[in-house]
Design a protein around this ligand. Structure first.
Ligand code: SFD
Ligand code: AMP
Length: 658
């Protein structure tokens, strides 16, 4: 390829029955499950073709790229109905209980498969030789989490997906930019288009149905990391909101996009805290050595936040809220007391067991957040001797961890009490016919984590195979021509080639904006006006109006992004996806006139939780031709009773659908 010849890509067109966009946990689950049902269809003489497209290399793509130390959703001895209660409480009362229950009743099968495929799962003493499926007891860190040696977690899960559908049906390093609706039905999906980030090819896929599982949105907000550290974040920087933006741009309804996840993390290295709080039983302290969670508990009453806390048991955002009180009042830095936790655990241990404990403390991060070990090593921190700082990070948009932003989908049909607006068709299908999603894509149903996302990908894939069979004779026709799509995707390249000689340095030019500068602008707007770190997660009506005006201008300028090489073309489209996801987030925060998720963000003009008016979903659609957003309220329906003692028992849903 000569210096700028990439402006005219080779076009590769393909038609399949099912396209899977993404190669992460949900997509790998989908590939694995699709194969099972495609084989069954084959027995009836129906031949279905599936293809998976990932922007990166599947073995290390997505959130699990570096591995994980725990599987955060495993039912085991627990009841899926109880899991629904936990998720509902953690997400401040508003949850699609049908979707959560569906994940809960299926997730263990995915975990048992992980173990079968080679993932080492910690076992209780005496159960070491037994798999979970054989009744072996895992080591619980919390009620829902089990510990793993998970450095190669993604590799193991991806290998099973590859074995299922075959590497010939997988395209890696292809970034999907656009979904295309059908020429004859604008509410139906017919195709997708993207480009290879490795060679000069543009890929156009036509299909009967598609799973959009491209993860959450990272780097929408100005991160805490700066300078050399920039690019360090907790969630994967390579997931750029493609799921939310592509869905919104083809007309799918989004839900609860005001929600975000602000995790408490080890400062600078972004090390997760779960194992430290739950397994090692560490406490968090303020600058004066006080347990701020206990000390600030009473303040939950101020705005009615205590309605969603039971004693010291409370959801993730409320725990954050108590931490933020300290930061606002100048009682930081905050610390996680690792030395006391480790010495407490070591009390009855042999020297060899203590060495093992120390190794586990490091391995927790070596398995999933290596940069945290870098911070410890670089700052001479020995966790058994010195405390580490913790800090709330910049916000991330996601639907699988302790957050619930995402797309509105149809749920299972067999949960008693399911209202019509929860179930209108194939399971996990969005409001666009043939477009499915899973994992971070599905809104209003958090706490799936890695295992639940895999299980949800499987649920979606089963429904997609049925959809493909039911629509076997339908031929997709895309609303736009391949030439139009190509011109749009490669526009940043053309812009660059046309104007690059106007100035003496290619990075300064009045005719275009570099993707990097575009990203800085987006992050600054979101940070300063949409409740980022610089305002301590606070915003109000006027700030949001300013944000809207600035984001609209940025949307205009997005047409002027340049791409001087394939890498920048990727960056340009990632940032476009971030922009649309950011827009959705801002519009939803503007719409919801309350502070439903204190500790994630505050509307300072509506500090209360207002159950009377806002205990509901907020849904939206976007018209990409006019730039108009529509938002409205959607009723929340409780399907799972509050406790087993509640008299008006809701009939029990079936435990598993095979
Ligand atoms: O400690 C395109 N998560 C944890 N889950 C657990 O079960 N245990 C843990 O220990 C967890 N922790 C944790 C976690 C994540 C991270 C980053 C850290 C620690 C440091 C959460 C899970 O990982 C997460 O819930 C799931 O992975 C979500 O699954 P999914 O499938 O929704 O997203 P993905 O796995 O990130 O995959 C996305 C894929 O999309 C691709 N992609 N492909 C084509 N075109 C485009 N435009 C695309 N855009 C993206 C990606 O390459 C990827 O393949 S702890 O903090 O709690
Ligand atoms: P994290 O490492 O923060 O992503 O958390 C991993 C798991 O542990 C998630 O299921 C969290 O909800 C849970 N968790 C983390 N910290 C706490 C805590 N202090 N109390 C209860 N659960 C927690």
């Amino acid at each position: 390829m000569s210096e700028y010849s990439f402006g005219n890509p080779e076009i590769i067109e393909e038609e399949v029955d099912i396209l899977i966009i993404g190669g992460g946990m949900a997509a790998c689950g989908a590939a694995f499950e699709a194969k099972r049902w495609i084989d069954k269809a084959m027995e009836q003489g129906i031949n279905l073709k599936v293809k998976l497209v990932d922007k990166a290399a599947m073995s290390r793509s997505g959130a699990v790229a570096q591995g994980l130390s725990a599987i955060n959703t495993y039912m085991g001895e627990n009841d899926p109905a109880d899991y629904v209660r936990y998720v509902r409480d953690d997400l401040m009362g508003i949850t699609r209980e049908d979707l959560v229950y569906d994940v809960g009743r299926h997730v263990d099968d995915s975990v048992h498969n992980f173990e079968k495929w080679g993932l080492p799962i910690w076992k209780q003493p005496g159960d070491e030789g037994k798999t979970l499926a054989e009744g072996g007891k895992g080591v619980r860190s919390g009620k829902w989490q089990i510990m793993i040696n998970g450095e190669s977690y993604k590799w193991v899960v991806a290998e099973a997906a590859k074995n299922a559908i075959g590497t010939e049906n997988i395209a890696e390093h292809v970034f999907i930019v656009r979904l295309e609706t059908d020429r004859n039905d604008p509410k139906r999906i017919a195709g997708a288009a993207g480009f290879s980030v490795r060679d000069n090819t543009l890929h156009v896929y036509k299909f009967k149905c598609c799973l959009l599982a491209a993860g959450g949105a990272v780097n929408v907000f100005r991160p805490r990391s700066v300078g050399e550290g920039i690019g360090r974040a907790w969630y994967p920087v390579w997931n750029a909101g493609s799921t939310y933006s592509m869905a919104a741009e083809c007309g799918a309804e989004l839900t609860l996009m005001e929600n975000r996840f602000v995790p408490a993390r080890f400062k600078d290295g972004y090390g997760p805290v779960g194992a430290w709080f739950l397994l090692f039983k560490a406490r968090a302290l303020n600058a004066f050595g006080e347990n701020y969670q206990k000390k600030n508990y009473g303040s939950l009453k101020d705005h009615g936040y205590d309605a969603y806390a039971t004693g010291l048991k409370m959801g993730t955002c409320l725990r954050n809220h108590l931490m933020m009180q300290e930061l606002k009042d100048g009682r930081g830095p905050l610390f996680i007391d690792t030395p006391t936790a480790m010495s407490n655990l070591a009390q009855n241990m042999t020297p060899q067991e203590i060495r093992h404990l120390e190794a586990e403390a490091w391995e927790d991060f070596l398995d999933m957040t290596i940069a945290q070990c870098g911070v410890w090593a670089g700052e001479n921190i020995e966790p058994d001797k010195q405390m580490s700082e913790i800090m709330p990070t910049e916000p991330y948009l996601l639907g699988s961890h302790a957050g619930c932003a995402g797309i509105w989908v149809s749920g299972p049909q067999d949960i008693p009490g399911t209202p019509d607006h929860y179930h209108w068709g194939y399971n996990r299908m969005t409001t666009v016919k043939g477009l499915f999603t899973a994992g971070d894509g599905v809104g209003a149903s958090g706490h799936k984590f890695s295992s639940g996302s895999h299980a949800e990908g499987r649920i979606a894939a089963k429904a997609m195979v049925k959809f493909a069979i039911d629509n076997k004779d339908w031929n997709p026709e895309m609303a736009r021509s391949v030439d139009e799509i190509t011109a749009e995707i490669y526009a940043p390249v053309k812009t660059f080639l046309k104007h690059k000689h106007y100035t003496t340095t290619i990075n300064v030019n009045p005719h275009y904006i570099t993707p990097k500068m575009f990203q800085f602008r987006l992050q600054k707007i979101m940070d300063e006006y949409v409740a980022g770190i610089s305002t301590l997660y606070q915003t109000n009506k006027t700030m949001l109006e300013v944000a809207e005006r600035k984001l609209e201008m940025l949307r205009e300028d997005s047409l002027k992004m340049r791409a001087k090489d394939l890498h920048e073309l990727l960056r340009a489209w990632e940032n476009y996806h971030r922009l649309i996801a950011a827009f959705a987030h801002m519009k939803h925060i503007q719409f919801r006139e309350e502070s439903r998720y204190p500790g994630y963000y505050y509307r300072t003009d509506y500090m209360k939780i207002d159950d009377e008016h806002w205990k509901c979903f907020t849904n939206s659609t976007f018209n990409r031709h006019t730039g108009e957003w529509k938002l409205w309220k959607v009723p929340y329906v409780q399907l799972i009773r509050k406790s087993d003692d509640e008299p008006e028992a809701i009939a029990r849903p079936p435990s598993r659908v095979t």
